[in-house]
Design a protein around this ligand. Structure first.
Ligand SMILES: [Zn+2]
Length: 445
């Protein structure tokens, strides 16, 4: 076991040194205006996806700065994407013959077992939501091709009864196939009453009430790997602009032309004056202990303050390790000292880099923030979706950024420095992680 870890660590170190030694990106010229537009569109997209004042409060200290001016010379060579994991077994094919019992309509009687409730991010009326990958011009009698995402990163679900798979999320939509109970599907998106599933390389729709998340392999129980990133670090590069020091910047996503500081200095306590990187590490160490006590495997991105790891590099470590959940700890800051509370961040379902991880990251984020607030009494500021953060965009594993409280608020500053409160934070987050994994278990078993 230990040897395996050493091999893992060596591999990670090799990877990191490869990243750091990579030659400077090749240069191409991109018109200045087009880059500026991209930057402002990205910013506008973020703002439009976020609500009112809570969200204004909720922008994390780490990446509050507007995206750095795009470099005068953009790299043509995007950083290497981490390898995606091979897909797991393809779903079991249903019998080619139609099932002997062809009750193709979902039964009118509710099943005896209560269906698993998959927490829908935003409940939607069936028939009104278009799938993200939908080509708008496709006629209603044509099925959509399955989106190009690794099935290993989607939840496996199975049907609890014979069930119609339809071309669109509507009971009147054309039927693709009637599948028997116990058919394995891959959940692409939960639309509330309807679910988008991948089956026979098509994106199809079925009633959410008649599918259930599959129980995890019992041999995996207790072997979940949680990677914890204590945000920021002691020494950080100065934000002098990409032109003046390109090495201090990195793209905010694989192949992106928007550059951000590799790692920013973070905030500091308005009264305590303690730097954010110290607080995040203290809580991270407590979270590690709490999770290991509960039987998880834990990998710490850093255990000291004096490291040099960019946000993208941290994400790539979690990717390489195949983390089951990647938890990034931060503290918030805002100009209004009254601002308070905790929130979590994940990508939106439109994220250009890892939208297929939206459902998992969203649920992870919801479970963490609600349990953290229950354990600490902190004000629950909910989940914010953002596609402009390198810390999220580089992830190929489920991720949640936890803004544990506002260091700009004198009361929360004191709490965040308190060992007792830090322990409550760790306990609450661990409950949220438990709850996230429990949500994947099959309630019918
Ligand atoms: Zn931060």
């Amino acid at each position: 076991m230990k040897q395996k870890w050493i091999v893992f660590l060596l591999a990670v170190m090799l990877m990191l040194s490869a990243c750091q030694n990579a030659p400077d990106p090749a240069q191409t010229s991109v018109p200045e205006e087009s880059r500026t537009q991209e930057g402002s569109q990205a910013a506008a997209g973020t703002l439009s996806g976020i609500g009112d004042i809570i969200t204004n409060l909720s922008f994390p200290a780490e990446e509050t700065q507007a995206p750095t001016q795009a470099p005068t010379q953009a790299p043509t060579q995007a950083p290497t994407e981490p390898p995606t994991q091979p897909p797991t077994q393809p779903p079991t094919e249903p019998p080619t013959q139609p099932p002997t019992q062809p009750p193709t309509q979902p039964p009118t009687e509710p099943p005896t077992e209560p269906p698993v409730i998959i927490v829908p991010p935003t409940p939607t009326e069936p028939g009104t939501t278009q799938p993200p990958t939908q080509p708008p011009q496709l006629p209603d009698d044509q099925p959509y091709d399955a989106p190009d995402v690794p099935l290993s990163q989607l939840w496996k679900v199975k049907t609890t009864d014979s069930l119609n798979l339809r071309l669109r999320p509507s009971a009147t939509a054309a039927r693709f196939e009637a599948v028997p109970a116990e058919t394995v599907l891959y959940l692409y998106e939960d639309l509330g009453e309807w679910s988008a599933v991948i089956y026979k390389e098509k994106l199809l729709y079925c009633s959410s009430a008649y599918i259930t998340l599959m129980q995890q392999d019992p041999s995996e129980t207790g072997s979940k790997l949680i990677v914890i990133d204590a945000g920021h670090q002691m020494h950080t590069p100065a934000d002098v602009g990409y032109e003046n020091n390109p090495a201090a910047y990195e793209p905010d996503g694989p192949g992106s032309e928007i550059y951000k500081l590799r790692v920013s200095s973070g905030t500091a306590g308005v009264v305590s004056r303690r730097p954010e990187y110290e607080i995040t590490l203290e809580v991270a160490l407590r979270l590690q202990a709490e999770l290991e006590y509960r039987g998880y495997r834990v990998y710490m991105i850093r255990t000291t303050n004096d490291v040099d790891l960019s946000n993208a590099e941290r994400a790539q470590i979690a990717n390489q390790l195949g983390a089951d959940a990647f938890i990034r700890l931060h503290c918030n800051s805002f100009t209004d000292p009254e601002a308070s509370g905790a929130l979590t961040l994940c990508q939106s379902k439109e994220n250009p880099y890892n939208a297929h991880l939206y459902a998992k990251s969203r649920m992870l984020s919801e479970r963490i923030v609600s349990n953290l607030c229950a354990a600490t009494g902190a004000r629950n500021q909910g989940v914010t979706e953002s596609d402009t953060m390198a810390g999220i965009n580089w992830c190929s594993v489920p991720v949640s950024i936890v803004e544990m409280g506002f260091m700009s608020n004198p009361d929360e500053d004191a709490l965040l420095c308190s060992p007792l409160y830090q322990q409550k934070l760790a306990y609450g987050m661990a409950n949220g992680i438990d709850s996230y994994f429990a949500s994947q278990a099959d309630l019918g078993q």
